[in-house]
Design a protein around this ligand. Structure first.
Ligand SMILES: Nc1nc2c(ncn2[C@@H]2O[C@H](COP(=O)(O)OP(=O)(O)OP(=O)(O)O)[C@@H](O)[C@H]2O)c(=O)[nH]1
Ligand SMILES: [Mg+2]
Length: 443
């Protein structure tokens, strides 16, 4: 699922992340593309409108256009809007402690994946240390009880069943049984029902009232697209949902359901079904899905960190110094310290799109950087501002002060001279420069 929309959004991300300048027109074009993409993915029109308006409103501000990385800022805004569309943060199941039975009621249309979801959820909760019991309350479809029993046997979880047609009675007795046997969770599989079937709606309400569930989850089929949203609205009105399990997320459905459900119904997606096997259930993480859709490494946290640490003026100052080769060891030290504030250099580099995986653990020697830092810290301010005044006796003192050797001090000074020369070269070459500044700015 989400493949097509991911392709399109990744394209926009790629296009923007390298941009050092963007215009209102760029933003307008990108937002239009986003709009078309979302509509094409069968996202609810109201949701699309809201998304587009919010993005434009925030992205057209001075802050974005004048920031050091306007492209990345724009992506960050789109990402934030996408996360909030998907439901902000992960919503856990609201289960009670082990002394009571937490009842999870699963409901939904025929064939949505309720029975499969019951087993998947039971298995998952069991692996988290809970003791679930499943109840077979689909007494309408022939072989439904048998289907749940087979699944229960497969995953080693008991299934409560009775030979009757009364779902309310089975649910009530299952709860009694769960209490008696000290199960802490009861998962109830129910019959697939059509919204328009009032009798079946009455039945599910009666089941609900009999067991008082902590979670009433709609099991919705992602392949039904926007219909899933309508279905959720109806079920919520009748039964009061606490959340949704969106199944068949592994299908090539266009994504409309996943992207519209939360905004329209206010009900969080708690899990997604990603296959037919009992293992194929995943918690729904809005941030992860949004990152995936935008096809980025961890560009977002990188932007956040860069925003905290670098201001426009600082970056311009640095640029001037580099171009005029008046960049000193003092500035060099400052850069180290900034990077440290942002976490390790290794983790910083790995967050740059395209760099992740390309730089191995051995490529950046953080220890060596710490030693360089110690050397610079052992220098006086004058020495840091003009390393040429550092003669042999001072080198000895610096080496002793930093717990390094004269050879190491020499090596650092040589390296710094070389680096400054290289920076100057870069500064003269417009293309190299913009590449370099984009990275420095990001860092
Ligand atoms: N690919 C895929 N198939 C799924 C998923 N969840 C369920 N299915 C399949 O969908 C079909 C219906 O699943 P069930 O669990 O029987 O659905 P149900 O809602 O209990 O159906 P009724 O009891 O008839 O209303 C089965 O073939 C499942 O294997 C999923 O996340 N991905
Ligand atoms: Mg079923």
């Amino acid at each position: 699922m989400l493949d097509r929309i991911t392709d399109k959004f990744s394209e926009i991300t790629r296009e923007f992340s390298g941009k050092n300048r963007i215009s209102e027109k760029n933003i307008e074009d990108a937002v239009n593309e986003i709009k078309v993409t979302l509509l094409d993915a069968d996202v609810n029109l109201r949701v699309v409108r809201r998304f587009v308006n919010k993005t434009i409103k925030e992205a057209s501000g001075e802050d974005v256009l004048k920031s050091i990385n306007p492209g990345q800022m724009f992506i960050k805004i789109v990402y934030d809007k996408m996360v909030s569309l998907l439901g902000d943060s992960r919503q856990e199941l609201e289960l009670k402690g082990p002394d009571t039975v937490s009842v999870i009621l699963l409901l939904g249309l025929q064939g949505a994946g309720k029975t499969t979801a019951a087993a998947k959820l039971a298995k998952r909760l069991q692996s988290e240390g809970r003791t679930p019991l499943m109840a077979a309350c689909d007494l309408i479809r022939p072989a439904a009880v048998e289907q749940l029993s087979v699944l229960g046997e497969q995953i080693g979880i008991e299934v409560y069943k009775e030979d009757t047609k009364n779902a309310v009675k089975v649910a009530r007795n299952a709860l009694k049984y769960a209490k008696k046997k000290q199960y802490d969770t009861l998962i109830i599989d129910t019959a697939g029902r059509l919204q328009i079937d009032q009798d079946m709606m009455k039945e599910i309400i009666a089941v609900r009232d009999a067991v008082n569930p902590v979670e009433a989850l709609l099991v919705a089929d992602a392949m039904t697209g926007q219909n899933a949203v309508e279905i959720a609205e109806t079920f919520d009105k009748e039964v009061s949902l606490t959340g949704v399990i969106l199944t068949k997320f592994d299908s090539d459905a266009r994504g409309g359901a996943a992207l519209s459900l939360k905004s329209i119904t206010g009900k969080p997606i708690k899990f997604i079904g990603v296959g037919e096997k009992v293992e194929d259930l995943e918690p729904f993480y809005p941030e992860r899905i949004a990152s995936r859709i935008l096809g980025m490494g961890d560009v977002v946290s990188l932007v956040e960190k860069a925003q905290e640490n670098a201001t426009q003026e600082e970056a311009e100052e640095l640029e001037k110094k580099i171009i005029s080769a008046t960049f000193t060891l003092e500035d060099y030290l400052l850069q180290f310290q900034k990077m440290r504030k942002m976490g390790s250099i290794q983790s910083l580099v790995s967050m740059i799109p395209g760099m992740a995986g390309k730089i191995g653990d051995g490529d950046i020697d953080e220890k060596a950087i710490k030693r360089e830092e110690a050397i610079i810290l052992s220098m006086t301010l004058q020495e840091r501002r003009n390393h040429r005044i550092v003669g042999p006796p001072r080198k000895k003192r610096i080496a002793a002060g930093s717990g390094t050797s004269v050879a190491e001090v020499n090596r650092l000074i040589k390296k710094f001279d070389k680096m400054r020369l290289m920076m100057k070269k870069i500064a003269k070459n417009k293309k190299l420069q913009s590449q370099f500044m984009a990275q420095m700015g990001g860092m």
